[in-house]
Design a protein around this ligand. Structure first.
Ligand SMILES: O=C[C@H](O)[C@H](O)COP(=O)(O)O
Ligand SMILES: C=C(OP(=O)(O)O)C(=O)O
Length: 449
């Protein structure tokens, strides 16, 4: 990778276009200094890894694999600890094992991790007891505490985002390649609170079956290297464009631009304007790109996005992450899938059953019902079954911790429980046991498909 003027010619074309949801940085000179420093930092990922993920997502688009994308709504700087990272990874590994074994499908594992520090918000300000301050936009921008000091956007935080991403990615790489993710550890991933939950017990049964299969293979003299490590990728929303473009580099192998802040980046529902800066930025980089599609998306929008982001119609380049809401998915999704399929494009279709199903409980907590999450996934599978297309995966907000943020699930969380461990800085996440519940149910849907 090289840093040179060419990068900023190619990677900065977004600057002349309207960019939604950008922080109101009070000190532009400080921002420029930070950008210059970020531009000198080493890449967090290697362009070849992004290419490999694009190939894996190509298999998803062709109907040969399933994408599991999940992690925090918003990562936090003070949660970059071994336990939190391991718990999140453990959850994704357990879900991956369930989907691979019970769904009999190769699973591409991608975390919302090591870069998910920026949040688009519905309102620019928040008012409490007559005091109005800028809204919290993620740790990359401002602090969560409701004080003028914390809420003032500070560009120095972008450097902390880089450092937090680097530490997280380092540990994720160590866990996934250093023995922890070895398939012989399937039981070890279940050794804590989740073990006693209904989904934990179901998982234990599945882990025993995997063990038996491994012992059988071992007895036959087969001990594949592939079982000892896990291919795991990092993704986040490419929201704060000053950060993303400062981490965009020319790949010395190919001369093409890659955003080396993560393997895959996605553009959110609030920033996917066809003539906006985010789509322009994404069109210039070679990473696999996701775009969130909410219920107002028209088939024309989807086709224009394909034209802009995947003009070569390359399977794996573009992933549509649909987030319609359980009540709308059966009505809104079919036309989109139909028209896109008819155009000849081979995108990967992924279901985000979280963002269309948020509501405020009487206690004031933002929450989601597990049953709505499940119903949106069901609707997603029904639509693809009816059209003969491939339900390519799920995109979920989850944590490895025992939180009480979403209601329902086998180890049921009630509305009255929400206050007990409500720890998210933004949107409610599935806890570990709810995540496992979902994986088992999705595996069943996949098998039935
Ligand atoms: O995660 C998604 C968005 O950032 C979030 O839903 C916005 O939440 P808000 O409506 O509280 O701003
Ligand atoms: C903001 C998000 O989602 P959406 O863009 O779909 O609202 C998100 O996934 O964090």
């Amino acid at each position: 990778m090289t840093v040179n003027a060419e990068i900023h010619a190619g990677g900065n074309t977004w600057r002349s276009l309207p960019a939604a949801q950008q922080p109101d940085w009070p000190d532009q000179e400080a921002l420029r200094d930070v950008i210059a420093e970020l531009e000198s930092y080493p890449p967090l990922v290697f362009a070849g890894e992004c290419d490999q993920l694009r190939q894996r997502l190509g298999a998803v688009a062709r109907g040969e694999a399933f994408l599991l994308q999940g992690g925090d709504c918003a990562e936090a700087f003070d949660a970059v600890g071994a336990d939190q990272i391991r718990n999140k990874l453990k959850t994704l590994l357990q879900m991956g094992a369930v989907l691979t074994y019970a769904g009999s499908v190769p699973v591409v594992k991608v975390g919302r991790i090591a870069g998910q520090y920026s949040k688009p918000r519905s309102k620019p300000t928040e008012t409490r007891d007559g005091v109005t301050l800028p809204t919290y936009r993620g740790d990359s921008v401002n602090g969560f505490a409701f004080t003028p000091e914390a809420r003032t956007p500070d560009p120095q935080r972008l450097k902390r985002m880089y450092q937090a991403s680097a530490s997280t990615l380092n540990l994720v790489r160590a866990f996934t390649t250093g023995g922890y993710a070895d398939l012989r550890q399937v039981h070890a991933w279940n050794q804590d609170f989740v073990k006693s939950s209904p989904s934990g017990q179901r998982y234990e049964q599945l882990a025993r079956e995997i063990d038996r299969a491994l012992n059988f293979m071992n007895a036959c003299g087969v001990d594949p290297e592939e079982f000892k490590t896990v291919e795991f990728y990092a993704s986040h929303e490419a929201l704060v464009l000053d950060y993303e473009s400062a981490l965009t580099r020319v790949d010395s192998r190919t001369g093409q631009l890659y955003d080396v802040s993560g393997h895959m980046v996605w553009i959110g529902e609030r920033t996917r304007q066809l003539d906006g800066a985010h789509i322009e930025f994404a069109s210039k980089i070679r990473n696999p790109i996701g775009v969130k599609l909410g219920p107002t998306t028209t088939p024309e929008d989807a086709l224009t996005l394909i034209e802009r982001l995947d003009p070569e119609r390359e399977p794996g380049r573009l992933t549509f992450i649909t987030r319609m809401g359980a009540d709308k998915v059966r009505e809104k999704l079919p036309t989109l899938v139909e028209k896109v399929t008819a155009s000849g494009a081979q995108v990967a279709w992924i279901c985000d059953p979280m963002h269309g199903n948020t509501f405020e409980a009487a206690s004031g907590h933002k929450t989601r019902r597990f049953d709505d999450v499940l119903d949106e996934v069901k609707g997603f599978f029904e639509v693809h079954k009816a059209l003969g297309t491939h339900p390519g995966g799920i995109h979920v907000e989850l944590t490895g911790d025992d939180v009480t943020e979403c209601v329902g699930g086998g180890d049921e969380i009630f509305v009255d429980d929400l206050h007990q461990r409500y720890e998210t800085a933004c949107d409610p996440r599935l806890n570990r046991s709810q995540s496992l519940d979902l994986a088992f149910l999705v595996a069943e849907m996949y098998r039935d498909q």
